[in-house]
Design a protein around this ligand. Structure first.
Ligand SMILES: Cc1cc2nc3c(=O)[nH]c(=O)nc-3n(C[C@H](O)[C@H](O)[C@H](O)COP(=O)(O)OP(=O)(O)OC[C@H]3O[C@@H](n4cnc5c(N)ncnc54)[C@H](O)[C@@H]3O)c2cc1C
Length: 401
């Protein structure tokens, strides 16, 4: 390590820096509270879980204890009664520090708990909501299959009905939390010939006989402190009381869950973008070459200025979406634009930040390479960037005004 490394900070505190904000006073206070939580409970482990590729169970309990996992649910159901704006703020704060923790929350709360709260029966809610919100139980959302990714309606996991019992057969893959979950929200079809109209949602305890779970093969690019698994259903038996909604309503339930959760992905990308910019500012201010700080060179300044401008643009789209959700006027296009811009913008910012760190940016001793690896999955899951563009094009061409 050179003498100049001593003044260069590997994990800058300023990754928690918010360069611009027009938040209402109570939302700013909320952001600062979440920022403190992220700095104290998540930041100390963010690099280690990535390097060691470990899912950290204690983090789940910390998230539950801090009220993050139940945050968006109504207070009368034991949740935090957060607005959509607060959900976006929280997931930006967590995403700026630890992509694994943010991804966990997106699935646990955005996809599973919120969906269960909205569509579950009283018995299902009574059994699972409290432990999921506290972090004592873990949930997963099992939609994607080896032959059904973006085209989720073509899924082939079958729910064969015999009387009031269903027998699930098929395979899911890339399921976040799949290997550690206590309960899985599973989408299966009662009749593949019916297309999306046959898809039905089931809540399945993961210790059910016939359910096999295996880690995804290979070493993943990012989200290395997360759990991703294949779930194989070999005649898993469930009663009709395991259904969420009615037979044939599963596709709409899945899409509603993804719509709710996708805001987390967009906000989390803003967090990654912010962390990339903060690291670049801190590093280029401390690192001297040619007798001056890197940040004094105009080409470096141009990059920093562009990163800040796109950060504010993308955050504005995410906050616009959250405000419109709070006002119940959000459209699919609002969310598609926010996710598309925020994830693509953050990927570019992370790449720029890495380049501005020179060789150090190439090492896990500095944050940009983790940010650059983690952001890639956000461009793929909950609807890839190209799928967001198809949604936008559809909105433009089928609803011209
Ligand atoms: C880290 C991670 C976590 C995940 N967690 C979960 C989870 O918890 N639960 C779950 O169910 N799934 C999960 N997934 C799966 C994820 O939702 C899918 O990977 C995603 O939907 C894309 O599906 P696919 O990988 O099969 O790609 P494909 O659908 O095969 O797409 C491949 C490429 O083709 C493009 N493409 C596809 N269709 C079109 C089209 N009509 N027009 C233009 N381009 C198109 C895509 O944009 C992409 O670039 C996760 C994935 C990752 C990487």
């Amino acid at each position: 390590m050179s003498s100049s490394d001593k003044k260069i900070v590997c994990e800058p505190q300023s990754s928690l820096w918010l360069p611009d904000s027009d938040l209402a006073a109570q939302d700013l206070e909320f952001a600062l509270r979440l920022r403190t939580f992220a700095r104290e409970k998540l930041a100390p482990h963010a690099r280690a879980v990535d390097e060691q590729r470990t899912f950290r169970r204690e983090t789940v309990l910390d998230l539950g204890h801090a009220g993050v996992l139940g945050g968006p649910l109504p207070r009368e159901s034991g949740g935090g009664g957060w607005s959509a704006m607060q959900y976006a703020i929280a997931h930006e704060e967590i995403g700026a520090v630890c992509g694994n923790a943010r991804g966990f929350c997106a699935v646990q709360t955005g996809l599973v708990t919120t969906t269960l709260h909205r569509f579950g029966t009283a018995q299902q809610r009574a059994r699972w909501l409290a432990p999921l919100m506290a972090g004592r139980a873990i949930g997963c959302f099992a939609l994607t299959e080896p032959d059904a990714g973006s085209d989720a309606a073509s899924l082939r996991t079958v729910a064969e009905r015999r009387g009031d019992r269903f027998f699930l057969r098929g395979q899911k893959h890339w399921i976040t939390n799949g290997g550690v979950a206590d309960v899985a929200l599973v989408f299966a079809t009662v009749d593949p010939m019916k297309g999306k109209n046959g898809i039905t949602a089931f809540l399945v305890a993961t210790n059910a006989p016939g359910l096999r779970r295996e880690a995804m093969p290979g070493v993943e690019l990012g989200h290395r402190g997360s759990d991703h698994a294949t779930l194989t259903f070999d005649g898993v038996e469930v009663g009709a009381d395991a259904m969420l909604g009615e037979v044939g309503e599963g596709f709409a339930i899945a899409m509603a869950g993804l719509h709710a959760g996708r805001l987390s992905v967009a906000a989390g990308a803003v967090g990654i973008h912010r962390a990339a910019l903060a690291a670049a500012v801190e590093f280029t201010s401390a690192r001297n070459q040619f007798g001056k700080p890197l940040a004094s060179f105009q080409m470096v300044q141009e990059r920093l200025a562009d990163m800040l401008t796109s950060l504010c643009q993308n955050r504005a789209l995410v906050h616009r979406c959250a405000r419109r959700r709070d006002a119940a006027i959000e459209t699919i296009a609002d969310l598609a634009m926010a996710k598309l811009a925020a994830t693509e913008g953050a990927a570019h910012a992370a790449d720029q930040s890495l380049q501005l760190h020179g060789a150090r940016g190439y090492s896990s001793a500095y944050v940009p390479e983790r940010l650059l690896r983690d952001i890639q999955a956000l461009r793929i899951y909950e609807g890839s960037s190209l799928i967001q563009k198809t949604l936008l094009a559809r909105a433009l061409t089928t609803n011209p005004k």
